[in-house]
Design a protein around this ligand. Sequence first.
Ligand code: V47
Length: 444
Amino acid sequence: MSATLTDAGPESTLRGGAMRDPRLEPIRAKALAGERLSIDEGMVLYETPDVWGVVAIADEIRRRLHGDKAYYNINRHLNYSNVCALSCKFCGFYRKKGEEGAYEHTLDDVVKEARKAVESGATEMHVVGGLSPYLPWDYYPEMMRTIKRVGAEAGVDLHVKAFTAVEVVHLARIAKKYKRDDRTAGIRWVLSELKEAGLGSLPGGGAEVFDDRVHDEAFKGKIRSDEWLDVHLVAHELGLNSNATILYGHIDQRRERLIHMEILRRAQDGALARLGYEGDPDGFVETDLKATEQVTAAPITLTREGVDQPTVATAVRGGYFQTIIPLPFIPDDSELEHLAGPSGLENLRTIAIARLMLDNFPHVKAFWIMQTLAMTQVMLEAGADDVDGTVVWYDITKVDGAGTHQEVDVRSLKRAITEAGFTPVERDTVYREVEREGRSWRVV
Ligand code: V47
């Protein structure tokens, strides 16, 4: 579908004047009124030649929610093992036991990593790994306790954000708590034990694209959307916040990405309803998506003028999704290496569309490791309000031949944000602002 652009010029598009593609006008009006956009409207955002118009609308919403703040954190990632029972085609991280490059960290290694995190002033450890058939269940809560203990010894409450939904289901299986006829029972048991041991929140990984065709072609054997959602639902019921991702730009289609976003925002409707938010009974609901059947809440948007965003302090009745993190497919080292991966403009557009479609997610993260810091700067003006953190070691993807050492120091991260015209704000994992003097910090 092509559209004729008016000659209003890029200036007006970028500064909230008339849209060059007239189809964007009603979408902009709906977005600004805090009304939910449909999947068909999402398709217009994907197909319009006026990508800068889409960016401009996303920026208006982003500034309404966050002004010129751009969040970052000081964190360290720990990938405890790359041995994985699965062989997802998009993944360049996994190894089979005994294969060159396969590793498994001991709890002594975990102590060392946690010490380094504390010494660098990190507020968070982000812990994920493969589905190891060899590590016993006890390893996982012990890893949580180890990290918390190292933090406590240094007088720091180090937040542990750990385990994708895929790992949580795997853990229910190896702990022999997984029941086919009552899936959430095992998930609840695992998350309760891990929370007791120190787990603070769940990262958003493992969601990929909620579509059975894409699932069967690219990551067969992995849990499907219903189980991914079960894990996050139970986490929220237990009072744990979580994030969500979408891994796009491989064999997926744009409409499938939008359906993924619809499924996520319906799940968030449920979480927000539990927190006491009231939905719009006449609000838009896509009716034929089986993964959202369990959600009965009316649509709840957080993008209207003056709506209070949920915070960990106000959400006393449970957790919620904090952040959507669009992850562009990085082909290197994967079985899909022959694919090109998404272009820079497609990444920019997807960030902006995520901001507009996920009207009930407080934050949008441009994960600089995968987006590159240069693109992340641009994305701050396209809907993103968060760039993730200092990271240090990252083994899951390596952009443009990077090694596992992928680190940005705080000065460079802040400089990149400032140069883009935003105010850098250090946050902890649950988006409380952090006051810092060197390595000592406290949340405000
Ligand atoms: O689960 C794997 C994805 C995820 C590739 O919650 C790939 O704050 C692109 O979830 N190309 C891990 N993506 C990363 C992740 C994450 C990162 C930063 C912050 C947070 C958060 C979460 O990366 C995996 C998978 O979905 N992934 N391979 C690839 N080739």
